[in-house]
Design a protein around this ligand. Structure first.
Ligand code: ATP
Ligand code: MG
Length: 297
């Protein structure tokens, strides 16, 4: 691939909030791995693809320098480094992965004097995301001081280091535990599949494309159900209306039973027992629901 490598590399967070879901997704995309002795690599056993296990902050840099072709990282980390890097080439986000959801939020001490974002003018805001925060402040036309803190941002107000903070939040429990509340959302984030901006050879590009398609397939299959049943032809409109269906069902004729049909419909995860009971009431028989493991559009 790059540097004369003949195997593709995917950078994944070694240990943290994204690690498990990232590896699970790669497995669902059909990759099987064996860990290296030092636990820095996972060697692909069935495709020329290895996983490099690193700190999430290192992932955009590895992609920019071409040490890895693909990576899985939070959009927050990706955008922060892109903004901080100015016009330098940046990794491109290929697919939203549907996990690692959080938001970068501005929060202020409970019962304090800051009531609106306009009150932040002239104050200090602590964050680990200085570029994202500065960009947002510019867009809001607020002139505040950004203080970089690389950990324990939520205690900065109590330590007198800042008047407000800008930090990642998912449930808000950490904010509440520190007597802080949200004032505004700076960005929404989730894990994304990202690609190196470096030009690659044809073989690598093809493999990147293939993995991208498989990952997209694993994601769109997740939660999908295939519903199969037989029913009187006259019940079809009512059945179709009832289903949490993704697309028009396939309807097949049955030999020697002109009044009945067999039907297959791709449904989403909300297909439950109540739907099945309704289907029976509408005259459906042999109702079967199968989990969809993967799909290739
Ligand atoms: P590393 O050691 O790899 O640098 P880290 O401490 O920077 O780890 P984690 O806390 O594991 O990173 O978070 C990784 C990513 O998970 C975040 O960048 C963000 O995209 C996402 N995330 C989801 N929910 C949260 C949350 N409540 N707090 C922080 N990050 C979250
Ligand atoms: Mg990190």
């Amino acid at each position: 691939m790059n540097d004369g490598r003949d195997r593709l590399r995917i950078a994944v967070q070694k240990s943290g909030r994204l690690s498990e879901a990232s590896l699970d997704l790669l497995r669902r995309a059909g990759l099987a791995f064996r860990a290296s002795r030092d636990k820095l690599f996972l060697y692909g056993e069935n495709l020329p693809v290895d996983v490099l296990l690193v700190r999430d902050d290192d992932i955009p840099g590895l992609l920019v320098e071409g040490s890895c072709e693909l990576g899985i990282v939070g959009r927050n980390v990706l955008d922060e480094q892109r903004l901080a890097g100015g016009a330098a080439p940046a990794p491109a986000a290929l697919i939203d992965l549907g996990f690692g959801h959080c938001r970068l939020a501005l929060a202020v001490p409970d019962g304090g004097p800051i009531g609106t974002i306009a009150d932040l003018a002239g104050l200090r805001i602590a964050t680990s995301y200085p570029a994202l925060l500065a960009d947002w402040l510019r867009a809001q036309r607020i002139d505040a001081e950004v203080v970089l803190l690389n950990g324990s941002v939520e205690i900065a107000p109590r330590l007198g280091k800042a008047h407000a903070i800008c930090d990642l939040v998912s449930s808000g429990a950490t904010l509440a535990a520190n007597q802080l509340h949200e004032l505004a959302t700076v960005m929404h984030s989730e894990a994304v599949l990202v690609a190196s901006p470096r030009p690659r050879g044809a073989a690598a590009s093809q493999l990147v494309e293939r993995l991208g398609a498989r990952i997209a397939g694993a994601l769109s299959g997740a939660g999908a159900r295939l519903l199969m049943l037989q029913a009187p032809r006259t019940a079809l409109p009512a059945i179709t209306r009832l289903l949490p269906s993704r697309e028009a069902p396939s309807v097949l004729g049955l030999d020697g039973r002109p009044d009945d049909v067999a039907m297959q419909a791709l449904c989403n995860a909300s297909l439950d027992w109540q739907h099945l009971e309704e289907l029976k009431r509408l005259g459906a028989r042999g109702v079967m629901v199968l989990n969809v493991e993967r799909m290739l559009a």
